[in-house]
Design a protein around this ligand. Structure first.
Ligand code: ATP
Length: 441
């Protein structure tokens, strides 16, 4: 396997070449740390989100979803503490003007040019913009730096409309924006990104137990979707890392090619957020506990992950190089994304072995039938070996080949498995059911 920098280079290059991720605004020279998901990346990312929704919403009876707006009343960000405190300490180099996060820098001089640093200053990470036609202070609003506050401000709306009892949670996926000082490492840290966040409201005395349960559930989500155990770990925050209101926080970390880093954080945020919104807005944020016959502000457990980071994690973790036979049985190098079949952009590739009419007609018919159920790709160009290689490197779990035997003899096609490379002949008429079983089991 490639060394670590090489591995990242290979993933970035595969992403561009095959249409997972392109540099943003590339024809204008790019815009630092913006990335666009291409045809395959968009499918992969949507599958990641669908699996998240399935796990945190569909498969549970204590969760509901929300889709709040990006632009929120500016006072919400005062209440949340972001206007005051959402900042990174930073230093500028007086010579080359480069900016660094003070907590990232161990040296006393600029690592780029040896220049002197300015004093440490605070820099607010929220993007500001103006609402309405007048560009003055009164019209300033923020692009949300997290989706969580959209959940908190809707706590009462959701709770009363859905009639949920504690413990229950609200899940949301959406874009967030942070004017990061040091973006980078491909899609790992960008200024515009998507978050998948849950605010799970609990009785205060059940918070510790339910926090542990969420830590397990979220760790298992990555693991069950194929991320290797040796590349995943839980890291509890040190007491001095914890926000003053948080009781506990653990990061799920992944071993990226450059080292361990956070892919998701799970925190016990106590009653801090709802209390703040109650205080600042003047609106009740309490829950009526019928059993205890009392009103109180629930505690909240927050599993907060990044869609882009999760997608990058699945890409990196599934990347493999091994050997596969070409048409003549000679072994050749192949790149294969061993993506879980639920995440793979295409589930099935349809590969007619000849461009002759009966075969193409049959392939088109199969393609039309399968597309009603599964995302498919159709490829009739190049040798069959090359076509398998193209599907392997984008993670397509199955390929169907149609040949003369299909038409002339047995009305069967060959299914080839990406991982085992085993082939089996199956009846055309039963293909949908066969793939249902293979893909949905
Ligand atoms: P970091 O320490 O890496 O800056 P954070 O602790 O500030 O992250 P949170 O505020 O806990 O991150 O956000 C929750 C999740 O959102 C992170 O686990 C990550 O997956 C994602 N996320 C946060 N910032 C970014 C970013 N700039 N680019 C991509 N994803 C991000």
């Amino acid at each position: 396997m490639a060394n670590e920098t090489e591995l990242m280079e290979k993933i970035v290059s595969l992403s561009k070449r095959r249409g997972f991720v392109f540099p943003g605004s590339e024809i204008y020279g790019g815009l630092e740390s913006t990335w666009d998901y291409g045809p395959l990346g968009m499918l992969l990312k949507n599958n990641v989100k669908a699996q998240w929704w399935k796990a945190v919403l569909q498969e549970r009876d204590d969760m509901v979803g929300l889709d709040a707006s990006i632009l929120m009343h500016p006072t919400a960000w005062v209440a949340s503490g972001h206007v005051e405190g959402f900042s990174d300490p930073l230093v500028d180099c007086k010579s080359c003007k480069k900016r660094f996060r003070a907590d990232d820098i161990k040296e006393t001089k600029c690592p780029e040019c040896g220049g002197e640093f300015t004093e440490v200053r605070k820099f607010n990470l929220m993007f500001k913009t103006f609402m309405g036609p007048v560009e003055d202070e009164a019209a300033v609003i923020y692009m949300r730096p997290e989706t969580a506050q959209g959940i908190f401000v809707n706590f009462k709306n959701v709770q009363t409309s859905s009639r949920k009892k504690l413990p229950f949670g609200i899940a949301q996926i959406g874009k967030s924006f942070r004017n990061e000082i040091t973006p980078g490492k491909f899609t790992f840290r960008t200024r515009e990104f998507e978050q998948m966040e849950i605010e799970y409201f609990v009785k205060p005395d059940e918070a510790d137990k339910l926090y542990d349960k969420w830590v397990d559930d979220r760790y298992n989500w990555y693991f069950n979707l194929g991320v290797k155990k040796e590349n995943l770990r839980l890291r509890p925050h040190d007491p001095d890392e914890l926000a003053h209101y948080a009781k506990a926080c653990k990061d799920i970390e992944y071993k990226y090619p450059w080292g361990w880093a956070e892919v998701e954080g799970i925190a016990n945020r106590t009653d801090f957020d709802l209390s703040q919104h109650q205080k600042v807005s003047g609106k009740e944020m309490t829950y009526f506990d019928e059993e205890k016959n009392e009103h109180y502000i629930p505690y909240v457990i927050e599993p907060s992950g990044g869609v882009d980071r999760a997608t990058l994690t699945f890409l990196v973790d599934s990347y493999a190089e091994d050997k596969a036979p070409d048409e003549k049985g000679k072994m050749e190098e192949r790149v294969v994304l061993r993506l879980d079949k639920r995440l793979a952009p295409y589930k099935i590739a349809i590969l007619p072995l000849s461009k002759k009419e009966p075969i193409i007609n049959m392939a088109n018919k199969i393609s039309k039938d399968l597309r009603k159920h599964f995302m498919c790709d159709y490829d009739d160009r190049g040798s069959i070996g090359k076509r398998y290689r193209r599907q392997d490197e984008v993670g397509t779990p199955f390929a169907v080949t149609i040949d003369f035997q299909t038409i002339e003899e047995d009305n069967k096609v060959t299914i080839r498995d990406r991982d085992t490379m085993k082939q089996e002949r199956v009846p055309v008429d039963n293909l949908v059911n066969i793939f249902r079983e293979k893909l949905e089991s």
